[in-house]
Design a protein. Structure first.
Length: 253
């Protein structure tokens, strides 16, 4: 029997009295690659933050590895939507990745051989070890995102959360990055918020469409009815690896 590692049950979340999420249920099994899609303002990032324990539900429960998310933080890796970094700061790529091994009470100079070995392993896995001595500001968008993923993974989390990790990079870098995530998914459960319909069918294992409500599909290919229900507007759905194209502007209802 496959273990459920994330369990969202009957969750409501409101902001200033307005419901953002309504009675959401979601179970994520170990080894899944779940992508969360939906219109802007529909609650995708809110759902992710609830699973991370950065927000508390108005009603309902969220459990990660059977615990409140805050208690499972050491088993979680997270790359937020906007990672702010001063590209002129003279820090190397390796130093940025090693930030993921910092612990309370340990200084910057106390990285162990084990820390550095872990950093090398994950950087090699993501194809950025060759850049280890470069300054962070010298990297391309795709390379930079891989470094941030490596920083999140260097502490060996069991589940990785990505919030629009590829929103600002070019199509070629995005394609290469998705291939890296597919390989990573052999050992790490992935939950990714994305607007990129190219990821569907060819890379992921399940999809959650979120627009206040949640519509779940346990396959990378989703149905026309599911998209209509989530987006609440006409959508052209072309399956079998071809992008899903949203044909009109979404308005929250």
């Amino acid at each position: 029997m496959i273990e459920t590692i994330i369990d969202v049950s009957g969750v409501w979340f409101s902001f200033n009295g307005q419901p953002i999420l309504k009675d959401v249920d979601l179970k994520v099994p170990r080894g899944d690659f779940l992508v969360v899609i939906g219109p802007n303002g529909g609650g995708k990032t809110t759902l992710l933050k609830l699973m991370l324990g950065l927000l508390e539900p108005t009603r309902g429960t969220v459990r990660v590895f059977g615990q409140p998310p805050q208690k499972a933080a050491h088993r979680i890796g997270y790359v937020p939507q906007n990672v702010h970094i001063n590209k002129t700061f003279p820090v190397s790529v390796l130093d940025v990745v090693l930030m993921g091994r910092l612990r309370s009470g340990r200084g910057w100079s106390s990285h162990s051989l084990q820390d550095r070995s872990a950093a090398q392993a994950v950087m090699e896995q993501l194809g950025v070890w060759a850049h280890r001595n470069r300054r962070i500001g010298e990297l391309s968008g795709g390379e930079l995102h891989r470094v941030f993923i490596a920083r999140a993974l260097v502490s060996a989390p069991e589940v990785l959360f990505l919030d629009e990790a590829m929103a600002s990079i070019d199509a070629q870098s995005r394609s290469e990055f998705y291939e890296a995530l597919t390989e990573l998914n052999r050992t790490v459960t992935i939950v990714a918020v994305s607007h990129d319909m190219m990821i569907l069918s060819s890379h992921v294992k399940s999809v959650a469409c979120v627009n206040r409500d949640l519509h779940y599909h346990d396959s990378g290919e989703i149905t026309q009815e599911m998209l209509d229900a989530a987006y609440r507007c006409p959508v052209d759905l072309v399956a079998h690896g071809v992008p899903h194209r949203v044909l009109c502007r979404h308005e929250d209802r």
